[in-house]
Design a protein around this ligand. Structure first.
Ligand code: TYM
Length: 327
């Protein structure tokens, strides 16, 4: 049985990109693995957050995990800040990280370039992510394409620690699906779909009403050719819609192309939007039920307890290996 760990930031409602690239791959993994799914609220505060919104987003993300098929009987679902070992091991990971390697992280460059008052936590975000993963002896980390670099750093830090102190950490493998690991903006298809995009039309929120989803697909940017086929370089908009369509229906891109090649962009975009509605609508139904129930708190309490029990063991080993305290 392998150990699986993944995390999502509660920094706004999740997008279709988060769902297709990460979340939807989690439920099948629960059947045969020891799974830990985390609401990484400490990662979220690396950029300013409003207290009430953050609280709401944490609860909302817990409900979205469950509504998407995470079963608390099979997986441990918990909030990062409720398991102190994460920030404790993160400090130790920072101690073995070099500023240069952290400054080279693309996400740090994207989020800090040209900004005033960049927090130091934005720079030390990856050692916290390494701590998340390494605490559980994780074998597999399912994520979207944009996390690849952070995972490479995690592996480097684990190896560095193992060589320098004691061989205690499992070197995790990243699991990035071949298709759908990078869902693009509906308005600027050369950019990643992101919840922090100022243009609401560029992303589908997992909680968008069906009418809103249909509208956003209608206005998705394509090209002037009016022929549907996959060509990521020259037809990034159409190719992104084909990927989304395929991921939401289980149909191959070729199969979709053979049906819509000459159907016109209007009909194609409408069908792609409908495919997304049919995936998200049932999740939204379960989400609203969960938000109205009192189940969430007990699930998260139980998750925090189970995660703490496991995490403390590795933390103690790491402290011992480094010579901290008196253990
Ligand atoms: P976050 O919260 O930005 O995204 C959560 C997951 O969604 C994936 N993702 C996408 N996949 C495809 N297309 C997109 N447009 C898209 N946008 C996001 C991300 O790759 C991710 O898998 N640092 C992480 C959270 C984290 C974590 C961890 C993940 C903290 N600790 C430990 C794994 C293991 C992040 O910011 O993800």
């Amino acid at each position: 049985m392998a150990t699986v760990f993944s995390g999502i930031q509660p920094s706004g409602t999740l997008t279709l990109g988060n769902y297709i690239g990460a979340l939807r791959h989690f439920p099948p993994l629960q059947e045969e693995n020891d799974c830990y799914f985390c609401i990484v609220d400490q990662h979220a505060i690396t950029v300013p957050q409003k207290k009430k919104e953050l609280r709401h987003n944490i609860k909302s993300l817990a409900a979205l995990y469950l509504a998407s098929g995470i079963d608390p009987e099979k997986s441990v679902l918990f909030i990062q800040s409720e398991v102190p070992a994460h920030s404790q091991l993160a400090w130790m990971m920072q101690a073995i990280s070099y500023i240069g390697e952290l400054e080279r992280m693309t996400q740090f460059k994207d989020k800090s370039t040209g900004k005033d008052g960049v927090s130091s936590a934005l720079l030390t975000y990856p050692p916290l992510m390494a701590a998340d993963i390494l605490l559980y002896g994780t074998d597999i980390v399912p994520v979207g394409e944009d996390q690849k670099q952070h995972l490479e750093l995690t592996r480097n830090l684990a190896e560095r620690f193992n060589n320098k102190y004691n061989n205690i950490f499992t070197i995790p493998e990243v699991q990035i699906e071949e298709n759908g690991a990078r869902i693009m903006s509906l308005q600027q298809p050369e950019k990643k779909m992101s919840k922090s995009d100022a243009n609401q039309k560029s992303f589908i929120s997992m909680l968008d009403e069906p009418a809103v989803i249909r509208k956003k697909f209608k206005s998705a940017v394509t090209d002037s050719e009016n022929e549907v086929y996959y060509d990521q370089l020259n037809k990034p908009g159409v190719s992104n819609l084909l990927t989304i369509f395929s991921e939401c229906t289980g149909r191959t891109v070729d199969d979709i192309v053979s049906e819509y090649r000459h159907a016109g962009y209007g009909a194609f975009k409408e069908a792609a939007g409908e495919a997304v509605v049919s995936v998200l609508e049932p999740i939204q139904g379960r989400y609203h039920d969960l938000m109205a129930s009192s189940e969430l708190d007990s699930i998260l309490d139980n998750g925090a307890e189970r995660a703490n029990t496991r995490a403390v063991k590795m933390l103690t080993k790491a402290e011992r290996a480094m010579g901290l305290g008196r253990k």
